[in-house]
Write a protein that binds this ligand. Structure first.
Ligand code: NDP
Length: 449
């Protein structure tokens, strides 16, 4: 240790980096962490957390409408004030940035608020010019939104800017058909913005079960979100009134107030000095690692989105924890990537764990599918014509549940609990053995036909 400034130098204070730094320090390592933006990373500062708060804020549009059916007198001119929500959300982000900073400091992790790059197997260069040495370096710099190289791209925004908009746009065009596109389509639509979602293929959220994503598409269209498939944006021009003119070959042009690109994220490996330590990248620019998150350089590890394994916060956290336990607690630990539940916070939200029906059919051949297509009790009284759909996929031979997928109110909350059973390898009969908890939406899970 005497040869190095630190046992561990972490580059990037996002979900994976913070967990690795804190736990390594708790295991007795001398740790520094460098961050050139805010402590907390994408999830806390410009991703999952502020997004979920906007989803809550947006949902009041429907709740306030439904409230009248439950006897509440909601004024006709019940108005929404975007700056109030934006500023409250940003204040919460600021609070979390402070909380993460405190956690690191209370574990004696030195926080260096500047950009750091790799300068060798044991060397890190800071933006200020200083060089630090460490026995191990952990790269946890995450990913950034992919912005295509098209004329006028400077007029478009990514999800990063969505939390800072001066005003709510009246018309928005969203490029992409994945998580971010569908989540922001729902948010903006609830805030009375006219939304058009354009996608290069004719499939949204392709990794989800087809029936579930078809239901989201149908509900989104019924609510008034417009979809254009096989459609790509060719150029964006600024009109005199400040609005944006968007050209899409094969489709009519549009004038909108905001263009959001949500077409995936690319690992932040450029200009990171990885060559200096012969750290290998894959064809997408992500750092290649082994099952212990070790790179092609023995003293350098990488976790989270920069490795492009599964781009989800809880996965990065597990990778950070496993790294710390492996390297600083003499307990080699790998991450189990099987059966990871995930959710899309659309309106309504959807969630899934395990194989889709298509995957299960291809993998197992013989499967049995159970579904429940129902209108939640609250939606019935509210006269909201919005049906939920739950789908359970089992191995026909054993009855073991291999996939569980749902769309409907609170689907992610319900699925998190049910995912424990799926991960544990329970069968449809095990679910049937449980008495329904009435009246809930979740009871449909033990009544599936
Ligand atoms: P996604 O990977 O979810 O979706 C990307 C979308 O953009 C797809 O519809 C894809 O189309 C399209 N696309 C990809 N490349 C291009 C391109 N070059 N030109 C045009 N269209 C393209 O990415 P997001 O940006 O929505 O989100 C990034 C990641 O962040 C997600 O993968 C997810 O891991 C994470 N995330 C998770 C959330 C959650 O857990 N709720 C919320 C938000 C983000 P096609 O399908 O045809 O390839």
């Amino acid at each position: 240790m005497a040869d190095y400034d630190y046992d561990l130098f972490v580059i990037g204070a996002g979900s994976g980096g913070v967990r690795a730094a804190r736990v390594s320090a708790a295991h007795g390592a001398k740790v520094a962490i460098a961050e050139d933006h805010q402590v907390g990373g994408t999830c806390v500062i410009r991703g999952c957390v502020p997004k979920k708060l906007l989803v809550y804020g947006a949902h009041f549009a429907e709740d306030l409408k439904d409230a009248t059916r439950f006897g509440w007198q909601v004024p006709e001119d019940c108005a929404f004030d975007w700056p109030t929500l934006r500023d409250n959300v940003l204040a919460e982000v600021e609070r979390l940035n402070g909380a993460y900073t405190n956690t690191l400091e209370s574990h004696d992790v030195e926080i260096i608020l500047e950009r750091a790059t790799v300068a060798g197997p044991h060397e890190v260069k800071l933006a200020s010019g200083e060089t630090k040495t460490a026995k191990y370096i952990l790269v946890a710099v995450g990913a950034r939104p992919h912005m295509p190289d098209i004329p006028g791209i400077e007029h478009a925004v990514s999800s990063n800017e969505m939390f800072h908009l001066d005003e709510m746009p009246k018309r928005a065009l969203i490029a992409g058909g994945g998580y971010i596109a569908n989540e922001f389509a729902g948010i903006l639509h609830e805030f009375a913005c006219e939304v058009t979602l354009v996608n290069r293929s004719d499939v949204i959220l392709r990794q989800y079960d087809q029936s579930i994503r078809d239901r989201l598409l149908q509900l989104s269209m019924t609510k008034g979100i417009d979809f254009r498939f096989h459609c790509e944006i060719e150029k964006i021009e600024k009109n005199e009134d400040g609005s944006l003119h968007v050209t899409m070959p094969g489709h009519s042009d549009m004038d909108v107030d905001l263009v959001l690109f949500a077409t995936g994220r690319v690992p932040n490996t450029e200009n990171l000095g990885l060559d200096s330590a012969n750290v290998e990248l894959d064809d997408k620019g992500a750092i290649t690692v082994d099952e212990y998150s070790k790179t092609s350089c023995d003293s350098i590890y990488a976790v989270g989105d920069v490795t492009n394994r599964v781009q989800l916060t809880p996965v990065a956290i597990r990778e950070g924890q496993a790294f710390a336990d492996t390297v600083f607690n003499d307990k080699p630990t790998t991450v189990d990537y099987d059966c990871i539940p995930s959710a899309v916070f659309s309106h309504p939200p959807m969630a899934g764990v395990g194989m889709t029906e298509g995957e299960a059919r291809n993998t197992l051949g013989s499967i049995k599918v159970y579904t429940s297509d129902f209108r939640a009790m609250k939606n019935v009284l509210a006269e909201r014509n919005e049906r939920a759909l739950y789908k359970m996929i089992t191995d026909a031979e054993t009855g073991k549940i291999v996939g569980l997928h749902m769309i409907g109110p609170d689907a992610p909350e319900i699925l998190q609990a049910a995912a424990v059973a799926v991960k544990a390898g329970l069968t449809k009969a095990d679910f049937d053995n449980v008495v329904a908890l009435h009246p809930t939406m979740a009871e449909e899970l033990v009544l599936l036909k």
